[in-house]
Design a protein around this ligand. Structure first.
Ligand SMILES: Nc1nc2c(ncn2[C@@H]2O[C@H](COP(=O)(O)OP(=O)(O)OP(=O)(O)O)[C@@H](O)[C@H]2O)c(=O)[nH]1
Ligand SMILES: [Mg+2]
Length: 349
């Protein structure tokens, strides 16, 4: 018996259980009820807890060229995931997605060079590194598909834009896309004029802010338009707060510049570092919003400290963005909810 799957998310369609995945009132329908609601009313997230993917075992059986999609605003979540290990000794193309969110001054060649070095550090070599920023992406990918004549398997962390990229290649909106993680729920194989494209379930990152926010807060946190860097010139010890999601204390600054790259809908507050604790104790969850569910008060935050050695460094907060620090400061203390990952890296910009 052939099973019919939802065109939008790949779930097997069924008309028995309206609370389970793939439900359709009528089996002649092309999209499950959840996809229908997401696509038409931006609702339907209630099912996602049923399907949270944290490993790549389902992809082991697939053969073809992997297309690893990463989100340029949140590179570290992808680079520190299980994906690099999975891709060892596999052929893959790296697509740096959401390039439109970066300032135009950052040229593709620079991003490509940067990603090449990061891949080398991970012991990986890609067939190509492509930045998805404009319409030229479609042409480049179509040429690669012709060159390889194999199935292309789009994979990556949830929400990086795998389904959006496939829709772009097809010039259609066949796949369901949404700012909530875990929109695609099953392997979804599309036989198309340009070749076989396989959409896959995104890996849910435990350390990412985006895994803990409700749908309306995600609107604020996931950037949808070009990120305008917010620049601070700092002296002595200062504290920058990004909503109620992260607090960055920069200690003993001497002509230090901190540039924050995150959604411009988030409020960034600057204060003296000595006032940081009282500010957060008094205003967490009120002035300092949004917050995530698992951190009810400032006491639930963890501190991650970095000794700043070079002249320039990026501090990245998974699912949120990053802060580029230039100049001297003795230490950076980052307070985030305990579950959230924080990384230091070589500067991107
Ligand atoms: N600005 C911008 N937003 C993008 C881009 N690609 C995807 N998005 C947005 O990112 C969100 C997630 O996109 P999806 O295509 O659903 O991501 P996905 O990787 O398929 O997600 P899952 O199926 O949940 O794993 C949506 O709100 C998209 O509109 C891009 O290139 N630029
Ligand atoms: Mg998807």
């Amino acid at each position: 018996m052939t099973v019919k799957t939802c065109r939008g998310c790949g779930s097997v369609l069924q008309n028995k259980d309206s609370q389970a995945l793939g439900y359709v009132p009528d089996l002649s329908m092309e999209y499950c009820q959840r996809c229908f609601r997401l696509r038409h009313y931006d609702r339907g997230r209630q099912y996602i807890d049923l399907q949270v993917t944290k490993d790549l075992s389902a992809l082991q059986q697939l053969e073809g060229i992997f297309v690893w999609i990463v989100d340029v605003i949140d590179l570290e979540t992808s680079l520190h995931s299980v994906i690099p290990q999975f891709l060892q000794n596999k052929r893959f193309i790296l697509v740096v997605n959401k390039g439109d969110l970066l300032p135009e001054t950052l040229k593709d060649a620079k991003i490509r060079k940067y990603m090449g070095l990061r891949l080398k550090d991970l012991g990986l070599q890609s067939e190509a590194v492509i930045i998805r920023r404009d319409a030229s992406f479609r042409e480049t990918m179509t040429e690669l598909m012709k060159k390889y004549e194999e199935e292309f398997i789009f994979m990556g962390i949830a929400n990086v834009g795998k389904s959006t990229v496939i829709n772009d290649l097809l010039g259609s909106d066949i796949l369901t896309v949404n700012r909530n993680p875990s929109t695609t729920l099953s392997i979804n194989r599309l036989e198309t004029e340009i070749g076989v494209l396989i959409d896959t379930v995104g890996l849910v990152a435990d350390g990412s802010v985006q895994s803990y926010l409700d749908s309306s807060t995600l609107k604020q946190v996931v950037p949808y338009a070009t990120v305008n860097p917010v620049i601070y010139q700092l002296r002595e010890s200062q504290c920058l707060s990004i909503g109620g999601l992260a607090r960055i204390d920069l200690l003993d600054c001497v002509k230090t510049t901190a540039v924050v790259y995150c959604s411009n809908l988030l409020k960034i507050t600057r204060s003296r570092q000595s006032n940081g604790d009282s500010l957060w104790q008094r205003h967490y969850g009120e002035e300092l919003v949004p917050v995530i569910k698992t951190a009810e008060s400032f006491a639930d935050m963890k501190k991650t400290s970095f000794e700043i050695k070079g002249e320039k460094t990026d501090i990245c907060i998974s699912g949120l963005g990053w802060i580029c620090i230039t100049g001297k400061c003795s230490r950076v203390d980052v307070y985030t909810p305990a579950v959230i990952d924080v990384y230091e890296r070589k500067v991107l910009i």
